[in-house]
Every structure is written in C-alpha cells, then in structure tokens.
Ligand binder design. Structure first.
Ligand SMILES: [Zn+2]
Length: 287
C-alpha cells in the first residue's frame, strides 16, 4: 500500500487516504541544499510518543536520511516523539543537539499550592536508544550551513518570558522560571533572500531571537517560522513583505521591533569561528 493510504473496505479498491495526526506541539523537517550537498534534520519531535512516526510514515518520509535532531527546548510538546523515531530508525547513533538545561524539571503551578509536573527528558534513556547527545550553550554551525543559535541573549525590555505559574526545580524547590533558558532557534542564510529563522515556542522572545540570530550574520532577516507561545500565535510571516499577517497577534513593541530588523542590511555570512560545533554530517546531494 502506498504511503498516505490505509485499508478501508468501504471504498472500491479497499483503501482510502490515511490523513495526518494532528496534536498540540511542534516538529519540523528541515532540509538545506548547498552546492552539491544537502542535509536534513529534525527540529523538535512533537508531543506524543508516536505522532511524529505516524506522520512520517504517512508522508513517506524516510527518517533514515536524517543527519541529526535539534530540540528548541525541553518542553514535552517539543520533545515527546523520540519513542517513535527510535522505532523507525533503530539504534543508529543519530546526533541530538540540545542546550544543557533541556533536562530541567518543570511544572505549572496550580491553585491550592499544587503543581502539574511536565514529563522531563532523560539523557541516559535517549543514549540507550542510540541517540548521541551533544550539549551546547553556544551557537553551533551544522553541516549544510544551518546555525543553532544556542542560548539567546535577553536584550529587550518588553519580552518578560513565562508567567509566574511556570516553575523549574532548582534542586531545593520549585522556582519561577520565566526565561526557559534552553530555548533556541535555527537560522539558515538563504542565498539572495536573507536569514530564515525557525523557532520552537520562542520563549526567549521573538525580538530577542531575531536580534541574536542577526548578530553573527548581520544580514536582513527575511522569514520567521515557528510556533510562538508569546504571544500565543502560530504563524509564518515574511518579515519584509507581510508582517501584517502576524500583526494581530503581536503587541506594538514586538511589531515595531520586527519591522525595524527586517530592513535589508549588508554583512558577512555565519562563520565557523562564531559557531565551532558541527555535530551533524552532510551527504552528497542526489543528482
Ligand atoms: Zn515551550
């Protein structure tokens, strides 16, 4: 049976379209082509243990072609799909790049001094599944030219992070965790177009992320794609041409700052000197 089809005896031919699994969370398959080489990585893995794998199979995506996985941060709705990914790949030593704080225990505080603790990733369990874990706080340049921002510098005065109810375990107790310090994004410099930035929740603040991404590149930022939790919105926008698509979801400070950074500039491309880590391998681009 072809990918994307499922058995359905009510139809002539005995099959129908399987459709895709929809769930809260985020996962993106990112392919970058540069010269004769291409690289494909997974940015986040969705929420459920099997949602990513089910959709990959239904879309006919061969996860054996992945060169690595990057997590935007440790929240379960971005880090939940490793079980299915391991089922599809087996113990194949796939590189996994994360911020060192991705293993932080977190919870949402509820009334009456209760808390709903979120599932927390286990480095040991991932390594036993065959994932090769790289912890990096600094920017990393992957094969193919994809930059991982690493920890994002907070520079704006109006992006305050998560509310009081979001807490992290510091070894002695639960403390307000506004920053989600492991939050990071992908940056790709597209020839003739500018930077493409892919965020997860964007907990670090979308303007902080854009400014951080532009620092090594100092190029205009062309597109911003992701699932932005602050403010609550899911959108893809071309910053130069269509900020208005996201505008209703953004406050005035954010809109003004994004408009400012989208102005074309000239500068250097990201360099290995600014991002020394290259955990993923590249492969020749099929001809
Ligand atoms: Zn999150």
């Amino acid at each position: 049976m072809d990918a994307g089809r499922t058995a359905a005896r009510q139809f002539a031919g005995g099959e129908a379209v399987a459709g895709l699994r929809a769930e809260h969370g985020f996962s993106a398959l990112v392919s970058v082509h540069s010269g004769n080489a291409s690289s494909t990585l997974l940015f986040d893995t969705g929420a459920s243990p099997d949602g990513l794998a089910v959709n990959a199979e239904r879309l006919g995506i061969d996860v054996g072609g992945l060169q690595g996985v990057v997590l935007s941060h440790g929240h379960f709705d971005h880090a939940g799909g490793f079980d299915g990914l391991a089922r599809l790949r087996g113990r194949s030593g796939l590189p996994l790049t994360v911020h060192p704080a991705v293993w932080t225990r977190r919870r949402v505080e509820l009334p009456a001094d209760q808390g709903l603790e979120m599932p927390t990733l286990s480095r040991g369990a991932l390594e036993r599944e065959g994932f090769e874990v790289f912890e990096r706080r600094q920017p990393s340049l992957l094969a193919g030219g994809t930059l991982i921002t690493g920890e994002v510098d907070p520079v704006t005065e109006f992006e305050h992070g998560m509310p009081q109810a979001h807490q992290a375990w510091d070894g002695n107790g639960w403390r307000h965790d506004p920053a989600v310090i492991d939050d990071q994004a992908l940056v790709i410099n597209v020839r003739g177009r500018g930077l493409v930035i892919i965020t997860g929740c964007g907990h670090a603040g979308v303007v902080n992320i854009v400014r951080h991404a532009m620092r090594p590149a100092e190029r205009s930022t062309r597109r911003l794609r992701g699932r932005l939790t602050e403010p609550s919105a899911v959108f893809t926008t071309n910053l130069t041409e269509n900020l208005g698509a996201a505008g209703p979801h953004l406050d005035a400070h954010t809109t003004a700052a994004l408009t400012n950074v989208s102005a074309p500039q000239h500068g250097a491309t990201p360099t290995a000197a600014s991002a020394p880590h290259r955990p993923c391998s590249s492969k020749p681009r099929p001809t």
